[in-house]
Design a protein around this ligand. Structure first.
Ligand code: PLP
Length: 397
């Protein structure tokens, strides 16, 4: 079949591919510990599930307004005001089919062929693909582990060209867990808008922050920055609702309206029932969010301790999200029997085969020296996995 070029220009999501391979091994009865997938292992809160059942019983099963039900949009406006010190009108908010779709719509609404989008690396796997699907050009900007994987002003300045249209900032970051503070963000955002860029601030992990950090939204930095920033968030990670597919964004009204136009011609609206459930998530008790965050912090502390105890592995300490991105490049070039481990893909396969531990190769995120561990598994499993990892790595000569 001859397919459209846009399809052949992108790869399927490698994180979902790792998950599929781990699940296939599990189906054969192999005890795989899966650090591959980017979703919390907690349950969606009971009151949220109940709200979905109530929505069905009340007959909220029809099309909704394209940009979301007004009740949910009002709750999102309140969330932004309360948590992020951001004031948005209802017309500046759009509810979409997951944060991934918010980002997709933004790319479709903003980019003309050849427009460049600056994406700091390591990056979430879908950012470059979504830019490419919109005809844009991803400009991947490496950051250094020694800097905690933070973008520097000099690097950003050097990446800006006359074709630059936007920059994506993802703090806390997938895959590194890096969190920018206000002092670090301000000069980067000021430079971006001075050069006429739109900022996509992907804040989907903003509720998972460690060591009593406070979160700074990019759009809250100054009125000028606010006018050039789209703030993206969702319920997937905060409320363990990945399968419900609700994300949302807020920003300049004309850009949001353009995204709504595309949504109206593609999905019509996000699922009605999931919207009512998300309303309950945003307006109901938040204690599970805090409890989940405390649990993630315990796991982070444990996994970091174990990773740093592995000879020649280095790792920066994540400030948020539920990922850690250690550097395993000291193991590249080593051998198991006659097989040479050349890169992160080889090491990932080796660990899956020999230790039954699934991780994602760093190359998928633009940094081949690292592997991504998603610690959305309990501490006992982390301990078992790290014991297996120690053994498997010790066999490499
Ligand atoms: C950085 C980042 N942004 C956005 C998303 C999208 O999440 P969802 O589409 O489930 O809302 C993800 C999911 O993994 C992510 O890691």
């Amino acid at each position: 079949m001859k397919l459209a070029e846009r399809v052949t220009n992108v790869q399927p999501s490698p994180t979902l591919a790792v998950d599929a391979r781990a699940n296939a091994m599990r189906a054969q009865g192999i005890d795989v510990i899966n650090f591959g997938v980017g979703q919390p292992d907690f349950e969606t809160p009971v009151h949220v599930r109940q709200a979905a059942k109530d929505a069905i019983d009340k007959g909220y099963t029809r099309y909704t307004p394209v940009d979301g039900i007004p009740e949910l949009k009002k709750a999102i406006v309140e969330k932004f005001k309360h948590d992020n010190k951001l004031e948005y009108a209802l017309s500046q908010v759009s509810v979409n089919v997951g944060g991934k779709h918010s980002c997709y719509l933004l790319c479709q609404a903003l980019l003309n062929p050849g427009d460049e989008v600056i994406i700091p690396a390591p990056y979430w796997v879908s950012f470059p693909a979504m830019v490419t699907l919109a005809g844009g050009v991803p400009v991947l900007l490496p950051s250094r582990q020694e800097n905690g994987f933070k973008l520097t002003l000099e690097d950003l300045q050097a990446a800006i060209s006359p074709r630059s249209r936007a920059i994506i900032i993802n703090s806390p970051s997938n895959p590194t867990g890096t969190v920018y503070n206000k002092e670090e963000l301000t000069p980067l955002a000021e430079l971006a808008i001075r050069q006429g860029l739109i900022i996509f601030s992907d804040e989907i992990y903003s509720s998972i922050l460690f060591d009593n950090r406070t979160f700074t939204s990019v759009a809250a930095l100054s009125p000028d920055i606010y006018n050039h920033t789209v703030t993206l968030n969702g319920v997937s990670k905060t409320y363990a609702m990945t399968g419900w597919r609700i994300g949302y964004m807020a920003g300049p009204e004309d850009l949001i309206k353009a995204c709504n136009k595309i949504q109206s011609q593609s999905t019509s609206n996000p699922t009605s029932i999931s919207q009512w459930a998300s309303l309950a998530a945003l307006t109901g008790p938040q204690d599970e969010v805090a409890a989940n965050c405390r649990e993630f912090q315990k796991r982070r502390d444990y996994i970091i301790k174990r990773l740093l105890a592995i000879p020649q592995v280095t790792c920066s300490t994540p400030g948020g999200a539920f990922y850690v991105f250690p550097n395993f490049s000291a193991y590249y070039g080593k051998k198991f029997q006659s097989q040479i481990i050349k890169n992160s893909l080889d090491l990932t396969s080796y660990l899956l085969d020999q230790a039954q531990v699934a991780v994602v190769p760093g190359v998928a995120f633009g940094e081949d020296s690292c592997l991504r561990f998603s610690y959305a598994v309990n501490i006992e499993q982390i301990e078992t996995a790290m014991n297996r990892l120690d053994k498997a790595l010790a066999q490499l000569k």
